[in-house]
Design a protein around this ligand. Structure first.
Ligand code: AMP
Length: 114
């Protein structure tokens, strides 16, 4: 399988603004932000879509949400509020086949999403 853009960022083949990193995941600024705060929390293990998760991935998915929570506090959107989103496949708007959690905030969000 060809490396995803996120795998290339993890492997330092292309640059990114890194907000957090540990042994199992990385968080970066989105290159095309849709709000004043737009971060992506990405596991280092490449899982293509949410459909490909298996029970052994429960820890990493839980950790992604905790990192999003921590970043929201660091970036001072925890009290105003924020949105976390996993897009899945075409109708979900997924463009990169390597699961990632969007953390979006700093402005009022609409519901339902477009
Ligand atoms: P999705 O559409 O849910 O797959 O989200 C992919 C996200 O990755 C989009 O919000 C893009 O703006 C973002 N993105 C694509 N390439 C890069 C990159 N090189 N650095 C940071 N974010 C990126």
């Amino acid at each position: 399988m060809n490396k995803t853009i996120f795998q290339k960022i993890i492997d330092r083949e292309i640059p990114a603004r890194i907000l957090y990193e540990d042994e199992s995941l990385i968080a970066i600024e989105d290159i095309n932000p849709v709000a004043p705060v737009h971060a992506l929390i990405i596991p280092k293990k490449c899982i293509e879509t949410l459909n490909d998760l298996n029970p052994a991935d429960a820890d990493i998915v839980g950790k992604m949400i905790l990192v999003a929570r921590n970043l929201a506090k660091e970036l001072k959107i925890d009290q105003s509020g924020y949105r976390t989103v996993f897009n899945c496949n075409s109708d979900g708007g997924q463009t990169v086949s390597h699961i990632h959690l969007h953390l979006v905030g700093g402005r009022k969000m609409n519901w339902p999403p477009g």
